[in-house]
Design a protein around this ligand. Structure first.
Ligand code: GDP
Ligand code: MG
Length: 583
C-alpha cells in the first residue's frame, strides 16, 4: 500500500525529505529540532491504528493506555531489503544505548523496561526505524493518549503527566501536530484538539484526522460532515476522515492491504461520506499523500531557520574547540609564555566584566539592576508603612497633648524606621555578592576551563577577596546606618520642606525627613556595594592573578585534566556532524 503512496512523491519533493534524512543520519537532531510529525489524541481515539495504517507496521493496540512511551517511528524507503526494523531505546537515566534487532515488534517489552511494568508513563523516547521498499520517508511520533481518569495503580496526576509530555513535543515550531479525533464523540470537547489550538492558535501546523466513521451514531452524519468541511472548528490544514481496522477485524486477521480495500468500499458505499473521496478528504492513502506534502512544505519553511541554527552552533563549537585545542606548549619557555597570556587574558576579562563590557552567559549589570530595583521597592514600601503608622507616634508620645510632641519623639520615630532597613540593606549586599561571584566564576571557567589547578587557585582567591570586601562593605553599611541615626539635613533644606507643607501637624513633618533619608540610601548603598564588591574586587583579583607569574611552577599550574582530551574528541565529533550537515 505504501508503495502506492510512495509513487505519488514527485521528483521535486524528494530532495527535501532526503535532506532531513541526511541531517538525521549525521545525528543533527541531537543538537536541534528537526521537522517531524507528532500524533496526539485522547485515549483509544485510534492514534496507533492510523500510524500502523500509514507505516504498514503492526503496533500494540487495545483499550486503556497502550502507548506508554513516546514512540518515534522512522519510515525509510530502502531498496534491496525485504523489511527490516531496528528498535532503539535509552535505558533510564543512563547513556547506554541498546539495540534490538527485531523480527517481530515487541514494543511492550521495551516499554516495560522504560516506564516500569504496569500502567505508568515515561518521557524516554523509543525509536523504531522501519526500512522497507514499501514505505515512504516520514518520521512520526506516537504519544501516549490523554487519559481522563487514572486507572487502578496509576498515579493520581497521570493526566497531567501525559499532558506535560505531549506539550513538550507539540509546542516545538518544527513539528506538525496530527490530532486524532473519533467521529463518534463530540469533537469540540476533545482535549487533544484544545491542546493543539493552544500551541498553534492559527492552526498553521495542525492536521486533524477523524477516525471510526463506521461507529458513528445514526443521525449525526450531517454534523460530522460539517466538521470535515471545516465549518465547525476551522483549521488551516483541514480534516481527513479515515477508517481503520476495528477490534473485530484485527481478531479476524484482516491484513493492512485488505483493510485499505475495505476502507475504500466503506466510503464508496456511504450515503453521506461518499463525497469526501472526490474532495480528497478521506482514506489513509489520501492522508499519507497530504502528510508527505505537509511535511515537505514544513521542511521548506523551516530551512532558513535550520540553516541559521546550524551555523550558529557551528560557530559556537568551533570557538570551544579552539580553546581546548590550543593546549600549552611542552617547552618551558613556551609554556611560561602561554601561562602569561592565559593569566593576562583572565585579568583583562575581569576588568571588562567590572566595567560592563564583557557578557558571557548573562548580563551582570542587568542582574545587578534588578537587585537595585528590589532595594528601591523595599524603601518605597517602608515609606508607605511609615506614613501608615500613626500608631508609632502614639506609642512614643509622652504626657503632652496632641500637636505638642517634642523633638525627642520625632527623632525616636525616625530612628526606629531607619533601623528597620538594616536587614534589607544586608540582603542587598548578599544578593549582589552572589551575582558577582557567579559572574567571576563564569570568567574562570571560560579562561581556565581545562586547567583545574589554576581554576582551584583562582576560585579560592576569589572567595578570599570577596569575603574581605564583604566585611568592608558591612562595616560601611553599619556606619551609614549610624550616620542616618543622626537626624540631619541642612537648615535651608528642611525649612524649604516646612514651607512646602505649611503649618501641618507634627506627624506630617516627619515624612519628608524620612523621605530624604530614603532617597540618600536608595543611591548610596548600590553605589557603595558596587564599589566594594565589584570594582575593588576586580582590581585586586586582576593584579593578584598576574602575581601568580612570580616564581610560578608553570607545569603544575598548566596541568591539564584527563577529561580534556575526551572533550576535545566530543567537540570534534560534534563539529563533524555540523559540518556534514552544512555541506
Ligand atoms: P489509541 O489508543 O489512540 O492508540 O487507539 P488505538 O489505535 O489503539 O484504537 C483503539 C481501538 O479503536 C482499537 O480497538 C481499534 O481497533 C479501534 N479502531 C481504531 N480505528 C477504528 C476505526 O476506524 N473503526 C473502528 N471500528 N474501530 C477502530
Ligand atoms: Mg496507542
Amino acid at each position: 500500500m505504501m508503495g502506492e503512496v510512495h509513487s505519488h512523491l514527485e521528483e521535486n519533493i524528494r530532495p527535501y525529505i532526503d535532506l532531513i534524512d541526511t541531517l538525521r543520519s549525521v545525528g543533527i537532531q541531537k543538537d536541534l529540532a528537526l521537522p517531524t510529525i507528532v500524533v496526539i489524541g485522547d485515549q483509544s481515539s485510534g492514534k496507533s491504528s492510523v500510524l500502523e495504517a500509514l507505516s504498514g507496521v503492526a503496533l500494540p493496540r487495545g483499550k486503556g493506555i497502550v502507548t506508554r512511551c513516546p514512540l518515534e517511528l522512522r519510515l525509510k524507503k530502502v531498496t534491496g531489503v525485504n523489511w527490516k526494523a531496528v528498535l532503539t531505546y535509552c535505558k533510564k537515566k543512563t547513556d547506554l544505548w541498546i539495540q534490538h534487532q527485531l523480527h517481530k515488534i515487541s514494543k511492550t517489552a521495551s516499554q516495560n523496561e522504560l516506564a516500569g511494568k504496569g500502567v505508568g508513563i515515561s518521557d524516554d523516547l523509543i525509536t523504531l526505524e522501519v526500512m522497507s521498499p514499501d514505505v515512504c520517508d516520514l518520521t512520526l511520533i506516537d504519544l501516549p493518549g490523554i487519559a481522563r481518569v487514572p486507572l487502578k495503580g496509576q498515579p493520581e496526576d497521570i493526566g497531567e503527566q501525559i499532558k506535560r509530555l505531549i506539550i513538550k513535543f507539540i509546542e516545538k515550531q518544527e513539528t506538525i501536530n496530527l490530532v486524532v479525533v473519533p467521529c463518534n464523540i463530540d469533537i469540540a470537547t476533545t482535549e487533544a484538539l484544545k491542546m493543539a489550538q493552544e500551541v498553534d492558535p492559527e492552526g498553521k501546523r495542525t492536521v486533524a484526522i477523524l477516525t471510526k466513521p463506521d461507529l458513528i451514531d445514526k443521525g449525526t452524519e450531517k454534523s460530522v460532515l460539517a466538521i470535515v468541511h471545516n465549518e465547525v472548528i476551522p483549521l488551516c490544514k483541514g480534516y481527513t476522515m479515515v477508517k481503520c481496522r476495528g477490534q473485530q477485524q484485527i481478531d479476524d486477521d484482516i491484513s493492512l492491504e485488505q483493510a485499505t480495500q475495505i476502507e475504500r468500499d466503506f466510503f464508496q458505499n456511504h450515503d453521506y461520506f461518499r463525497c469526501l473521496l472526490k474532495e480528497d478528504k478521506a482514506t489513509i492513502k489520501c492522508l499519507a499523500i497530504k502528510l508527505t506534502q505537509e511535511l515537505v512544505d514544513h521542511i521548506k519553511k523551516s530551512l532558513p531557520h535550520l540553516d541559521e541554527q546550524i551555523k550558529k552552533h557551528l560557530w559556537d563549537k568551533r570557538n570551544e574547540l579552539k580553546e581546548c585545542e590550543g593546549g600549552p606548549p611542552q617547552d618551558p619557555k613556551g609554556a611560561k609564555q602561554f601561562l602569561t597570556q592565559t593569566l593576562k587574558r583572565f585579568s583583562d576579562q575581569i576588568t571588562s566584566l567590572s566595567s560592563g563590557e564583557l557578557i558571557l552567559e548573562e548580563n551582570l549589570f542587568a542582574q545587578l539592576r534588578a537587585e537595585f530595583k528590589e532595594w528601591n521597592d523595599q524603601l518605597s514600601r517602608s515609606k508607605t508603612s511609615f506614613s501608615d503608622s500613626k500608631a508609632v507616634s502614639q506609642e512614643n508620645r509622652g504626657r503632652e497633648l496632641p500637636g505638642f510632641s517634642n523633638y525627642k519623639v520625632f527623632e525616636t520615630v525616625l530612628q526606629k524606621h531607619v533601623a528597620k532597613l538594616n536587614k534589607p540593606a544586608n540582603d542587598l549586599l548578599r544578593g549582589m555578592k552572589d551575582i558577582i561571584l557567579e559572574h567571576l566564576l563564569d570568567v574562570v571557567n571560560h579562561c581556565f576551563r581545562n586547567y583545574s589547578v589554576l581554576k582551584n587557585i583562582t576560585v579560592s582567591k576569589i572567595n578570599n577577596i570577596l569575603s574581605g570586601q564583604q566585611e568592608k562593605a558591612e562595616q560601611r553599611i553599619s556606619e551609614q546606618f549610624k550616620m542616618e541615626n543622626l537626624i540631619y539635613t541642612q537648615d535651608p533644606i528642611f525649612l524649604k520642606i516646612l514651607s512646602e507643607i505649611g503649618n501641618e501637624q507634627f506627624s506630617k513633618k516627619q515624612l519628608p525627613m524620612f523621605d530624604k533619608k530614603l532617597q540618600r540610601m536608595a543611591d548610596q548603598l548600590p553605589m557603595m556595594i558596587s564599589l566594594f564588591m565589584l570594582k575593588e574586587t576586580a582590581e585586586v583579583l586582576s593584579t593578584d592573578i598576574l602575581g601568580l607569574l612570580d616564581g610560578a611552577n608553570v607545569s603544575e599550574l598548566l596541568f591539564e585534566d584527563s577529561d580534556v582530551s575526551k572533550r576535545r574528541k566530543d567537540l570534534r565529533d560534534h563539529l563533524d556532524r555540523l559540518t556534514g550537515s552544512v555541506d
